[in-house]
Design a protein around this ligand. Structure first.
Ligand code: SAM
Ligand code: SF4
Length: 406
């Protein structure tokens, strides 16, 4: 989850929402995100809202976390009231949710089911570091009702894993996929990162091929972002490591797209490929199509009917709020129609389904025509009323989006 902006409107202590936001929720889909802000160690490139045991000190301890999250789920039920439909997607992210015992994750999922009900065929995902799961824990998660597992693989090249501070061996993710399949998971995803300093085209080829060989039905491939304040950024600043190169990044993206497509996976969002429509991550699609979700946990973001809010970031501050019986919401904002429109264009342009021309303003429609003339948007799709990025367009998505929202 991105870092919480500091400003915004105050959240009332009981967390209540305006009737207009609840009215939009009625009859729509609802997702629940559970942020688990713990990791065994911190990877040098990662600035997510997550803490090692040493970073936490005494505050916000892991063993109390499930109880706190369950309290927030009860608060969510009170706030959303009878406007809330049964939950169609649940996503445990982090951090590393699987540093908690499976029984804790099961208890949190059980509370979501008890408070809201799970819709038939609900998707229930947890992220996992390959080091943090084994055959037994994966079987227990499946028994508890998890349907999908998303593993951080990052690379198959040992020297790349070392630069990224990953502690797992290159073959561990493949082993985890096999355990997950044996446990009965129909949906297994692997995350890859490209553009790590020192990574060659051959390393990346090996990584994508190894990910495919493991047999997941979904792969995410992210360009390495050098986040300010991370150990990786400091090493690059000191000249110990080279910064990622834009042209190489583009080559890596195209190489991945070639290999993944040849293996039968299709892109459905710029950084995400799935074996078929049933393998796409429905929870992420909810984010990308302006859906409603409640984010549980420190720093988690939520969106219901045009109201967006974010929780206090530190686990100790979160614990203090929940224990005092007040909303952990730090601040909120009510999006205007114009803001919602711009956000829709920004997110849906990144999807293979694209964004309808009817969502664009006058300047945006002209920009769509220019993008099609430049080969960045599909001319046929535009004729049929949608802006869909071409392969070159995916490489320049940010620039295209700037034009479309203009
Ligand atoms: C919460 S982690 C996944 C689960 C687990 N914590 C792990 O790392 O194995 C989510 C994913 O974000 C991606 N990620 C984190 N920081 C990144 C960065 N600076 N640049 C690109 N991808 C990043 C990684 O691919 C990671 O797998
Ligand atoms: S990449 Fe994953 S394991 Fe590494 S610090 Fe970030 S959240 Fe934790």
């Amino acid at each position: 989850m991105p870092g919480a902006p500091p400003d915004g409107l105050p959240v009332p202590p009981d967390g209540r929402l305006e009737p207009g936001a609840l009215a939009e929720l009625r009859g729509s889909s609802l997702g629940i995100y559970v942020h688990v802000p713990f990791c065994a160690t911190r990877c040098g490139y990662c600035d997510f809202n997550t803490y090692t045991a040493a970073e936490l000190g005494g505050g916000g301890a892991r063993d109390r976390y499930a109880g706190l999250a369950i309290q927030e789920i009860k608060l969510a039920r009170l706030v959303l009231g009878d406007a809330a439909p049964a939950v169609s997607t649940v996503f445990f992210g982090g951090g590393t949710p699987t540093v908690l015992p499976p029984a804790d994750l099961a208890a949190i999922l059980g509370a979501i089911g008890a408070e809201f009900g799970l819709a038939p065929g609900a998707e229930v995902t947890t992220e996992a570091n390959p080091e943090s799961v084994d055959q037994r824990s994966l079987a227990r998660l499946r028994e508890a009702g998890f349907t999908r597992i998303s593993l951080g693989m990052q690379s198959a090249a040992e020297h790349v894993l070392n630069v990224l501070d990953r502690s797992h061996t290159p073959d561990r993710p493949e082993q985890c996929v096999a355990w997950a399949r044996a446990a009965g998971f129909a949906h297994v995803s692997l995350d890859l990162i490209y553009g790590t300093p020192g990574e060659t085209a051959k390393d990346w080829d090996l990584s994508v091929r190894s990910a495919l060989d493991a047999g997941p039905d979904h792969i995410s491939a992210y360009a390495l972002i050098v986040e300010e304040g991370t150990r990786l950024a400091a090493r690059i600043r000191r000249g110990e490591l080279d910064p990622p190169d834009d042209d190489e990044m583009a080559d890596r993206y195209l190489a991945a797209d070639d290999l993944l497509t040849a293996a039968g996976l299709r892109w459905y969002e710029i950084s995400n490929w799935a074996a078929g429509p049933g393998s796409a991550c429905r929870h992420n699609l909810l984010y990308w199509t302006g859906g409603n979700w409640w984010g549980v946990g420190p720093g988690a973001h939520s969106h219901v009917g045009g109201t967006r809010w974010w929780n206090v970031r530190h686990p100790a501050a979160y614990s203090a709020r929940i224990t005092a019986g007040v909303s952990p919401g730090q601040a909120r904002e009510v999006l205007s129609e114009a803001e919602r429109g711009a956000e829709r264009i920004m997110l849906e342009t990144r999807l293979a389904a694209g964004v309808p021309v009817s969502a664009l303003g006058h300047a945006g429609r002209r920009a769509a025509e220019v993008a099609a003339a430049d080969g960045l948007a599909d001319a046929g799709a535009l004729g049929a009323g949608r802006v869909v990025l071409t392969r070159p367009g995916r490489l320049l998505a940010d620039a295209v989006v700037r034009g479309l929202t203009g």
